[in-house]
Design a protein around this ligand. Structure first.
Ligand SMILES: NC(=O)c1ccc[n+]([C@@H]2O[C@H](COP(=O)([O-])OP(=O)(O)OC[C@H]3O[C@@H](n4cnc5c(N)ncnc54)[C@H](OP(=O)(O)O)[C@@H]3O)[C@@H](O)[C@H]2O)c1
Length: 324
């Protein structure tokens, strides 16, 4: 038996229960992990509330952790008992122990701590595919990233800056604006009191941007489209304020033959070689000091419901982890 945070129904943070769970032994291609730190991500809220349905209930939520391998199942090669590993995104992470397919694991280099890994695998690999794959930032680009003081946003600011971009970022408060600035955001915009669309127009002399990275969804989508220059790329990659309603493709023509994409980490790391390349690139930028991942909140895993309350109330900054 191990302890885990499970949901039996979807809903608010109160549906998360700290329960005994029987993990069992690893089957073909699996390993059993003792988890040392888990990451908090907005996708955990979407799973909890049912916006992204889980295959079945009850389910352990959470998608990211660092761990030590305890037991290796048949057919697994290249991993050893006692080895430090991490993974994302794989549902079932809010648990002291779990089973997982070996192919989902990334071996952790000595210089990456368990807490660092749990805080950056999901948000850092997301930042990486956004800035290098979905729209490959070129030196000299000016970009907009929403929630610039959040988990993904803090990393995108630093990575985009390192790639030579001028970074515009939206934030909910003045304190978050300071944080974003410290992470390389040239123009923090407090979008709770200023129109980010108007500010982007001022900053770019009306030219608009080649790319907008929008994880807020419903509340920002329309104005984000208006920040783009002709042939610009709208990357809608999250729904912190709720999902974007359906829209007619013609709107993209009217606003300048825009490109619209709704990417997900699971597809950018679905092939083993892409997962390894993405993780290694993240480890490199962190090891070289180009990106620093800040663990600004730590909770006991059994208090995960409180962490969800704080994340959804926009009280967290940077990354958040759980300790077992
Ligand atoms: N597509 C993918 O593969 C992928 C992968 C990872 C993450 N994501 C998305 O990226 C976004 C950021 O994830 P994260 O885990 O790093 O979270 P986060 O950015 O640390 O937290 C979300 C932030 O969104 C902002 N926000 C604006 N309106 C909000 C509202 N109505 N309710 C709650 N928050 C609101 C808040 O910042 P301000 O107060 O500064 O506005 C809040 O801190 C999420 O939308 C997530 O779904 C997508």
């Amino acid at each position: 038996m191990t302890k885990a945070i499970r949901i039996h129904e979807t809903g608010g943070p109160e549906v998360m229960k700290w329960e005994d769970v029987d993990v069992g032994g690893p089957g073909e291609g699996q390993v059993r992990l003792r988890q040392t730190a888990m990451g908090l991500n907005f996708i955990d809220c979407y799973h909890r509330m049912g916006l992204y349905p889980l295959p079945s209930l009850p389910a352990v939520i959470g998608a990211e952790a660092a761990a030590v391998i305890e037991e290796i199942g048949p057919g697994v090669t290249g991993l050893t008992v006692g080895q430090r590993v991490a993974y994302a995104p794989v549902p079932g992470a809010y648990a002291e122990e779990r089973l997982i397919p070996a192919t989902k694991l990334i071996a952790l280099p000595d210089e990456v701590t368990d807490e660092q890994a749990a805080s950056m695998m999901l948000q850092g690999m997301t930042a990486r595919f956004l800035v290098k794959k979905t729209y490959a930032i070129q030196s000299g680009d000016t970009i907009l990233i929403h929630a610039a003081a959040g988990g993904v946003g803090s990393i995108v600011c630093q990575w985009a800056k390192h790639m030579g971009a001028t970074v515009i970022g939206t934030v909910g408060t003045d304190e978050k604006a300071e944080l974003a600035k410290a992470n390389g955001c040239d123009y923090p915009i407090v979008y709770t009191r200023e129109s980010f669309k108007d500010r982007v127009s001022e900053i770019t002399d009306g030219e608009g941007l080649p790319v907008v990275y929008d994880s807020i969804g419903k509340d920002t989508f329309d104005d984000s489209l208006d920040c783009l220059q002709p042939l610009g790329t709208m990357v809608t990659f999250g729904n912190a304020s709720g999902p974007v309603p359906p829209m007619a493709p013609n709107i993209l023509a009217g606003k300048g033959s825009l490109f619209l994409t709704r990417p997900g980490l699971v597809h950018y790391t679905g092939k083993r070689e892409d997962l390894v390349e993405t993780a290694n690139d993240l480890f490199d930028v962190v090891a070289n000091g180009h990106v620093k991942v800040s663990v600004n909140q730590t909770y006991a895993l059994k208090d995960a419901a409180q962490a969800h309350i704080d994340l959804e109330a926009r009280k967290t900054t940077g990354s958040t982890i759980f300790l077992p």
